[in-house]
Write a protein that binds this ligand. Structure first.
Ligand code: NAP
Length: 255
């Protein structure tokens, strides 16, 4: 249910990078074995740091990364994928995602290349990100031989817009929702979360947010934490599930 994001990882200087690798490595050890990256994060540096973090343990990890829309041409997809594979130091990518829709390149051209990558074993699953219901349907129609496995979308206790359409669509069509910014980029809602609830489950606000966001079947979350203490806190966030009543009560508070 929980993986790790890598936005802003690899942006900083060398000393901080070693700590970021350590944090990712610790998260994998604790079971947050899906890592989400993107070719654009740190201009490739995030993927390079992921590569360092998974050295020797690649088979324990599910690697997801993303290609940017400026590379959605047929040739662009093939070449971007090769570059990501090289930076990550892997033989294949587990989930290759279109970072957000392109208004320039027809989706059919992009998906032709994605299917070719699957056929050649370069990627295992195709995903999209920031795609609406209509865009997801169109993308799916362009894939004669494959399914779309997931849609990566902003979703947290405090950002709920997908609940009115995209989330039920993904649930119905069995696309995994990968919730990004599940901690609202670290802007935790503090006092709005009832203290009684935190005490009942012995959870911190971040843990309760992660527990809440992964409550529904088919939703996984990718909190990013460069700080090892945050990683350790997040990794145990879903060991106990909150009750259905508490899930609904919390949902109502933030509606
Ligand atoms: P986020 O995961 O909601 O929040 C990250 C922030 O929360 C960091 O500042 C982190 O601090 C802090 N944090 C982590 N654990 C914490 C804890 N237990 N207590 C308090 N603070 C904590 O935001 P995000 O990084 O923007 O989103 C997650 C991932 O989603 C990204 O890294 C990226 O992989 C993906 N994403 C995708 C898209 C897209 O368009 N597809 C867009 C945005 C993000 P430290 O780093 O100091 O630990």
């Amino acid at each position: 249910m929980l993986g790790m994001g890598t936005w802003e990882i690899g942006d900083a200087q060398d000393e901080k990078r070693a700590l970021e690798v350590k944090a990712l490595r610790r998260g994998i050890e604790l079971g947050m074995s899906m890592i989400d990256s993107a070719e654009m994060y740190g201009y490739g540096n995030a993927e390079k740091l992921v590569g360092q973090a998974i050295k020797g343990i690649r088979d324990d990890v599910f690697i997801a990364t993303k290609v940017s829309p400026e590379h959605f041409s047929y040739e662009g997809i093939l070449s971007s994928c090769e570059s990501s594979i090289r930076r990550l130091g892997v033989e294949h990518i587990d989930l290759y995602q279109l970072h957000w829709p392109s208004h320039q390149v027809p989706i059919g051209e992009t998906m032709k290349a994605m299917e070719e990558l699957v056929a050649h074993g370069k990627i295992r699953y195709i995903g999209v990100s920031n795609f609406s219901v209509a865009q997801t349907l169109k993308a799916r129609e362009s894939l004669p031989r494959s399914e779309i496995a997931s849609n990566q979308i902003r979703y947290s206790l405090t950002h709920r817009s997908i609940e009115s359409g995209l989330l039920p669509f993904c649930e119905r069509e069995k696309l995994t929702v990968i919730a990004y910014q599940p901690l609202d980029s670290g802007k935790l809602p503090g006092s709005k979360i009832p203290q009684a609830l935190l005490e009942k489950y012995s959870m911190t606000p971040a843990q309760l947010m992660l527990n809440w966001v992964t409550y529904r079947n088919g939703v996984v979350a990718i909190p990013k934490a460069a700080n090892v203490e945050h990683v350790e806190e997040n990794a145990v966030a879903v060991r106990t599930r909150i009750s259905a009543d508490d899930y609904r009560a919390l949902s109502r508070i933030f509606e």
